[in-house]
Design a protein around this ligand. Sequence first.
Ligand code: BG6
Length: 487
Amino acid sequence: MAEFPEGFLWGGATAANQIEGGYQEDGRGLSIADALPGGKQRFAIVNQPDFDWTIDEDKYTYPNHQGIDFYHHYKEDIALFAEMGFKCYRFSIAWSRIFPNGDETQPNEAGLKFYDRVIDECLAHDIQPIVTISHYELPLNLAQRYGGWKNSYLVEFYTNFARTVLTRYADKVKYWMTFNEINSAAQFPVMGQGMVPATGANDKKNVFQAWHNQFVASAKAVKIAHDLKKDLKVGCMIIYATSYSYDANPVNQLANLQHNQDFNFFCADVQVRGEYPAYTKRLLAEYGLTFADLKTTDGELALIKQNPVDYVGFSYYMSTAVETTGATTDQVAGNLMGGVKNPFLKASEWGWQIDPTGLRIALNELYDRYQKPLFVVENGLGAIDQPDKNHYVTDDYRIDYLKAHIQAMAGAIADGVDLMGYTPWGCIDLVSASTGEMSKRYGFIYVDLDDAGNGTLARYPKKSFYWYQDVIKNNGLEKPNKDSEQA
Ligand code: BG6
């Protein structure tokens, strides 16, 4: 078993809209996440042609309004992270807490004060804060009034937001990410680009235009960070779902190659290499588009080229398989994407195909391609937990999942991959992004809250809490002792 490098960033990850609550406190404005209904029908509802972001509390529940009330529990939660031994904690800054409508020029000081407290609390516990600037929580006004990221005005608004937080925290936060899972818009532009069918989400030209605007905004944030302080590190953040051809049929192999380009690599290729990849031509042509159909300027392309990201952050939960010839029609669900069922893999209760070896493949594929440090900033198992009468959850299934993925990371490090850290998703139970459920739990810490919003909000360490504490203490999985190694 390979060692994890000294200083490896063990920690956990969350996002503001899924944990904070306090959705109207201290001047916070509404975000798109506040308008997403709870429950398994979440995506079906927001994909309806007439969905216009109206919040209708008579018709739907809105679990993101309360989150897990981290807004008032952050001290207790960060203390629990510290008890596990976290070296870092990845969270996002709610844009609408800082710029309530997104388009103001002056920030909301009360919103910044909250993150002052969160960051200082982390630092007091020797936990390095890691910030995602935008995690599926565009100010609602920017979606309603401006139509989301297809509108180039958002570049300026984002830049203002990014400059505000980068400047404020440059001395306290070293690692940043510009957009969470920027490539998710390939499947679902609602959360990443703030566009619904009524505002053009189904027109691919809008999706590509929105990406271009985000690439420009991301490059500007990288520049601001580096101008502020040379050693600030800004990463991209993509969903990576290792993809296999279903069989050895060359037709499927080619389809898989293209799926990898279009889904896994496209955004990172631009953000890491600083230019649109050659296959952009084929990708746009599939939608009847050419690059000239997008509004881009030479100045923007130069900015993107001059300001690539410093590292590649990615989420990894599952893999997919590609089949285009009709050899199977067995479909499965997944993290904002589906695909055909891989007969070699088991799936989670939500149908996501569990594949730790796929993580080792992902790490090798990404490192071969980019030669930049990698950071696994999300990974985990969403599962239904059954607490006993003392609220203790014996979550061996979660431990097994995480252990296998840690083994895969160790394998990739032994392969030569430069891996900076690991922040499992939802280190404390939180509201799920795709379904708005509390019952889909990822945490090491159980939160007493159900899908209807009932519960005491009390926090209870699960079995995985103590297991992960050991992992961090040992800087990896416990190594077999000498005797058993020789046996
Ligand atoms: C990622 C997101 O897609 O996966 C998170 O960055 C999300 O916001 C996580 O919560 C898990 O997905 P879900 O739908 O199970 O919450």
